[in-house]
Design a protein around this ligand. Structure first.
Ligand SMILES: Nc1ncnc2c1ncn2[C@@H]1O[C@H](COP(=O)(O)OP(=O)(O)O)[C@@H](O)[C@H]1O
Ligand SMILES: [Mg+2]
Length: 227
């Protein structure tokens, strides 16, 4: 689904090489964890796949299409197929749980009928059906992150990119959030999740790619995270 060919990213003017000739293939339906210390290049990798930044050299292919070559219309289509999740949830504080997820549908012009059908179904999937009328400040960190996951799922993305989604969570909330990701993956969505947390890697038991100074140094199935 995603292929990185010799991708290098150098930030200017510092000339930091955040990605160093990365080669990587992620197949449809895979759950891939990207690990590495702070500064290893995880966020840069996620942003490059999301086309938020352009590689300095190398190519990124999404279903065989070079991301550097896609036009504006194709870019919009590509963006709709990707759901992105961050460590800070990015919820709207004046909207309740239902409204936060519904908003993602409203902005693309969905009908009330579709909203009322789809929002409860994704909230149910992430275990939040009893919290639909609560506001973000009434939720735990794990619940807030699960709202963000529900919001990302509402467009039925083929790929979920999650950058340190458990960074602000306690150990119990981390489990709830990871269980939601595993469930989403079981239903067929490809997931690429970046983390520096060893417990997350050990819990997920999926493919683990280790970055060091921007380079892939290990790529293991059900790998153990070695610092
Ligand atoms: N916008 C930027 N401009 C310059 N340097 C950056 C920028 N973003 C990240 N870096 C540098 O690139 C390296 C990789 O950063 P990052 O991808 O954020 O790593 P991680 O997410 O693994 O902590 C770090 O040395 C960081 O300081
Ligand atoms: Mg990061």
């Amino acid at each position: 689904m995603i292929s990185l060919k010799d991708v290098t990213k150098i930030y200017h003017p510092s000339k930091i090489m955040a990605l160093d000739h990365v080669n990587l293939d992620v197949a449809k339906g895979e759950f891939v964890v990207i690990v590495g210390r702070s500064g290893a290049g995880k966020t840069t990798l996620i942003k490059a796949i999301n086309k938020e930044i352009e590689p300095t050299s190398g190519e990124i292919l999404f279903e065989g299409n070079n991301l550097a070559a896609i036009n504006h219309a194709e870019l919009n289509c590509f963006r709709r197929r990707i759901g992105t999740i961050f460590q800070d949830y990015r919820l709207i504080h004046t909207k309740n749980v239902f409204e936060n997820v519904a908003y993602a549908m409203e902005v693309v012009g969905a009908s009330d009928q579709d909203i009322n059908r789809d929002v409860p179904s994704v909230l149910n999937m992430v275990g939040l059906k009893d919290k639909t009328r609560n506001f973000p400040q009434e939720l735990s960190g794990g619940e807030k992150q699960r709202v963000a996951i529900a919001r990302a799922l509402i467009h039925r993305p083929d790929l979920i990119l999650a950058d340190e989604p458990t960074a602000n969570l306690d150990v119990y909330s981390i489990q709830d959030v990871l269980e939601s990701f595993l469930k989403v993956n079981e239903m067929g969505t490809t997931i690429i999740l970046a983390t520096h947390n060893q417990n997350v890697v050990n819990y997920l038991k999926t493919r683990v790619i280790t970055l060091e100074n921007g380079a892939v140094v290990r790529d293991q199935q059900k790998g153990k995270f070695i610092l």
